[in-house]
Design a protein around this ligand. Structure first.
Ligand code: FES
Ligand SMILES: [Fe+2]
Length: 376
């Protein structure tokens, strides 16, 4: 008989101390019912990064994306207000805005030409005379919560979610001194990885455990023994003093400063900072077995004179990423093996994973309890 979702969830003990804890069990990474539970209770209820504020600066600026399977459009109104909507026409459900980003004064559906204002209100419907009991005011685009923090735009599909600042919690004051909003976007790399999204997050949160083994170049600029791991609210900060290195010229030249700062915010956002440098990693589940990871690179100076330096810096990041990618795909294969159930955690290194697994378990168990209550 197939194991029930309740059973799969209850096989993880979220009360164990780090020194006694195991990872979430393998079925959490390979069972599509868990992926669906995550879609509804994690990605549909948490604040999710969807854009940079610089993309939505002027009235009419818009971006489109998908979140938890939902088409979304975010647009700066003529009144300067930032708004987000389901990008679904109220006529017959076509996507109203079809470009990934741009500028518009009116949002016109390409199917039958319905027009919406930048505030989402329905402005016009061709050939709709004679239609009875039609209240135009009730047929605007459906609103989604949108808020900004630093240089980032977030949306939340849950109308009852707490405000973004409350969700981010202690992360806000921890990131503030780094001045990340002064940096400028430079480049994006997108990776499709044959692994569950949590495998990528786990790999990120192992407290540098894999760095000396997998990332020899990066390892040469970090003082690995001094690596610290701090958990608070829904974020984990992994940080390390930097050391001078001649071992790996490209890494040494492009990863500078006193410290490396690696922030993870539950569930799927990472913010990595060195002096004059930031990259963000957004991990998006595609299905139970695949994820997309979007790397955005930012620099203090994006002038033409710095282009080559910045490109080299992106290449160093891409090399580290390639090293991680192979291991993540290996792990996904291993998680399907009959030989594996769950693994223990290093008390010195893997506190971040412990936080991640407990936050996730809480959301999934609560989500399952709600859907059971709704079915009663
Ligand atoms: S579906 Fe948009 S106008 Fe018909
Ligand atoms: Fe890595």
């Amino acid at each position: 008989m197939e194991t029930s979702v309740e059973q799969i969830l209850s096989n993880y003990n979220d009360r164990a101390l780090l020194s006694q804890a195991s990872t979430i069990p393998a079925p959490w990474y390979v069972d599509s019912r868990i992926a669906e539970l995550e879609r509804l209770n994690v990605f549909s209820k948490t604040w999710q990064l969807v854009a940079r504020t610089s993309q939505l600066q002027n009235p009419g600026d818009f971006i489109t994306t998908r979140l938890a399977g939902e088409p979304i459009v975010v647009v700066r109104g003529a009144d300067g207000t930032l708004r987000a909507f389901f990008n679904v026409c109220r006529h017959h459900a076509a996507a109203v805005v079809t470009q990934p980003c741009g500028q518009a004064q009116i949002l016109q559906c390409p199917y039958h030409g319905w027009k919406y204002g930048l505030d989402g209100s329905l402005k016009g419907m061709p050939e709709f005379d004679g239609v009875e009991n039609f209240d135009r005011a009730q047929h605007g685009l459906m609103h989604i919560r949108v808020e900004t923090w630093e240089c980032f735009v977030f949306v939340n599909l849950d109308p009852h979610a707490k405000p973004l600042a409350e969700f981010l919690g202690g992360l806000v004051k921890r990131v503030a001194p780094l001045g990340i909003s002064k940096l400028h976007f430079f480049d994006r790399r997108t990776y499709h990885i044959h692994c569950n999204w949590k495998v990528f997050v786990d790999n990120y949160l192992d407290g540098g455990y894999h760095v000396p083994h997998l990332h020899k170049g990066l390892s040469s600029v970090l003082d690995y023994k001094q690596y610290t791991i701090e958990n608070e609210d829904r974020y984990c900060l992994q940080s390390s003093p930097m050391v001078e290195s001649n071992e790996d010229a490209a890494t040494g030249a492009t990863r500078k400063g006193d410290r490396a700062w690696y922030f993870w915010q539950y569930p799927n956002l990472m913010i990595n900072c060195y002096e004059g440098y930031m990259d963000t990693n957004l991990v998006l589940p595609l299905d139970v077995d695949h994820c997309r990871v979007i790397f955005d690179f930012y620099f203090g100076d994006v002038s033409e004179a710095r282009r080559e330096y910045n490109q080299n810096s992106v290449a160093v990041g891409a090399r580290v990423q390639d090293e991680d990618l192979g291991i993540c795909e290996d792990v996904q294969r291993g998680l399907k093996s009959r030989a594996y159930g769950a693994g223990r955690l290093s008390a010195r290194r893997e506190a971040g994973e412990h936080l991640f697994h407990r936050l996730l378990a809480a959301d999934l168990k609560q989500g399952l309890a709600h859907s059971a209550a709704a079915a009663d």
